[in-house]
Design a protein around this ligand. Structure first.
Ligand SMILES: CC(C)(COP(=O)(O)OP(=O)(O)OC[C@H]1O[C@@H](n2cnc3c(N)ncnc32)[C@H](O)[C@@H]1OP(=O)(O)O)[C@@H](O)C(=O)NCCC(=O)NCCS
Length: 286
């Protein structure tokens, strides 16, 4: 293991245009999909941690998002994400150091740390006692200029928020509202399925999408894919045969797996109904 003793991790004190540009460069370097609006959300609702090089340039990042109250009197959850290291500086302990700082912050508040890990990240988080719960796959569809049917009508985010709390066992009204208020974001509904669509750096992100019946989620996904010409990404729990059939039929291809991980440490976990989740909000948001 690399030593983290000489690495200084700081909480970002001001999201200046310069800091935002440096954080966004980390996203670009890792080919991720976030926009500056995502960093603004992490900053306003949670905390961003950084490592800087000798010139003061941000070369590693991570974020902590505290979620709202948990169902059944369970411990509250904080989501750790955006663990990014500048490619030239990987393998020197920066990822471990910035992540350890986030974890310490979460544990100091007696909250349950959770995260979604890429295969690269999973190896790191396992060393800190995180265990995988379930897995999902990122699917991507390139631009499709022939898409032209109408998108289901925009709807209030209220129904999606209700299903969301039931599905995950914690409240993230503030987070979902923040995502929905972003320029270009929309909330759509078809029968009992509802989804949030938000612009991303490389593709429109579909999610969260919730439905008590998977078939209704698949029908909404099909309607979205038929209506939007943009490149699309969606993160679908593994083993959803109807969703996967629709993804394959509408031009999506699997891109990478993620593991949803938790470190419970004896704290009480909230009851979940993950069968309601047809697509997650994104690995950075749960
Ligand atoms: C994953 C990432 C943050 C690790 O940062 P880093 O500074 O290179 O990692 P560290 O030097 O602190 O190494 C910590 C541990 O990460 C794991 N790790 C790092 N790079 C890895 C790789 N390419 N493959 C597998 N495991 C890797 C190892 O378990 C390593 O532990 P070790 O030192 O005992 O071998 C970095 O590679 C990165 O930014 N990757 C792209 C974005 C990403 O996938 N982020 C994780 C999101 S969940």
């Amino acid at each position: 293991m690399a030593s983290t003793e000489a690495i200084t991790v700081q909480r970002l004190q001001a999201l200046t245009p310069q800091a935002l540009a440096q954080l966004q460069q980390l996203v670009v370097d890792s080919h991720w999909n976030q926009l500056p609006a995502d960093w603004a959300l992490f900053y306003s609702l949670g905390a961003i941690y950084v490592v800087r090089d000798a010139e003061g340039v941000i070369v590693a990042s991570s974020a902590v998002l505290p979620m709202g109250s948990s169902l059944g009197g369970a411990a509250q959850v904080s989501w750790i994400s955006m663990v990014l290291v500048s490619p030239a500086l990987r393998g020197h302990g920066l990822g471990r150091a910035v992540f350890a700082r986030c974890l310490a912050q979460v544990q100091s508040k007696d909250r349950v740390p959770m995260l979604d890990a890429t295969p690269q990240g999973e190896a790191l988080y396992a060393q800190f006692g995180f265990e995988p719960t379930w897995r999902f796959t990122r699917w991507r569809r390139p631009q499709n200029t022939t898409a032209m049917s109408g998108l289901p009508a925009d709807t209030s985010i209220h129904y999606l928020q209700q299903l969301d709390q039931q599905a995950l066992g914690f409240d993230r009204h503030a987070l979902l509202s923040g995502m929905a208020e972003r320029e270009g974001a929309r909330c759509v509904r078809h029968a009992e399925a509802s989804a949030l669509l938000r612009p991303g750096r490389t593709a429109v992100h579909i999610g969260p999408m919730h439905a008590t019946q998977e078939a209704e989620g698949a029908a909404l996904l099909q309607a979205i894919a038929a209506a939007l010409p943009d490149a699309l990404v969606v993160d679908v729990p593994q083993g959803r045969s109807r969703m996967e059939a629709t993804l394959n039929a509408t031009g999506f291809a699997p891109e990478r797996p993620f593991a949803r991980m938790v470190r419970a440490s004896g704290l009480k976990l909230a009851p979940t109904q993950t069968d309601i989740v047809q697509a997650v909000a994104g690995p950075e948001y749960a």
